[in-house]
Design a binder for this molecule. Sequence first.
Ligand code: BDR
Ligand code: CA
Length: 317
Amino acid sequence: MEKRKIIMDCDPGIDDAIALAYAAAHPEAFELLAVTTVAGNQTIDIVTRNALDLSALYKLNVPVAAGMVEPIIREHHTASEFHGKNGLGDCTIPRADAEPEKEMAVFYIKRLLTELPEGEKVTLICTAPLTNIGLLLKIYPEVKSKIQEIILMGGAVAGGNVTASAEFNIYVDPEAAKIVFKSGLPIVMCGLDVTEKCALTRSQIQKLSQSQNNQIAKLCGDMAGYSLANGNKFRGQVSIHDAVPYMYLTHPEIFKVQKVVLDVDCSDGESAGRTIADFRWWMHEEEEENIAVMDADASKFQEYLIEAIYELGEKVK
Ligand code: BDR
Ligand code: CA
């Protein structure tokens, strides 16, 4: 496996927090250059504070830059019914001394990409509305040559979780998603088709919560436990959506993918924010095609995720 330079654009967020733990447990696979935040599951101030505190708790100590406070055009709606008032399922973690970078995320990412050594590229892992990344690509299209790939959690070939046909990250800022999908960059969409299957069960969550000697396992269990107890009917399991893009890189063999041309419904109609997945390869040029991750070996996902959480807990003791 090649080790990749990563910028994570996120909105922690219970599953963002667990995804970051997975990344922190795999330094052989990921060189995390920065965590950037965007209004999504909670307000920008809350998700940025969470990113700073999680980065310290996981001993990552990466720079954190705060991004857009609202979507490009639309009004922002949080997902506090699933992630709690503090975005982390109301679990408390120590407050870090660190403060966000002075530069706003869009400019911070632009600078990181511009200052990369000749020939090097960065992979963007996006687990939130695509507002920062859409603006970055629109304002500074020249940075595209520095982006290896965008691997995102968002959308779905079929179905939705905010509405019957739209997934949260895309629904919040469809215009930003459209810019990203039409950017010409290689994109891997980890949508609900696969991420809903990548879930921890009630008994796995309870076991994590009972880990008194492993603070990261306990925290991940408690956060996922909040989701299990709140929001809609979780049917005894909680999807850890945002860990999927990372695991797609460490364990590609557990996923099934399909080539697809992606678009978004940017109307105000009933299917606003729906990702449009076009599989008609004969209608498109090969360069327009991206990848949709469609399926996963769910028990392998659980095994690798739980293993990483415990490993990180041992590492940061
Ligand atoms: C996505 O929406 C957010 O609530 C989660 O953090 C995840 O990124 C799932 O639809
Ligand atoms: Ca997220």
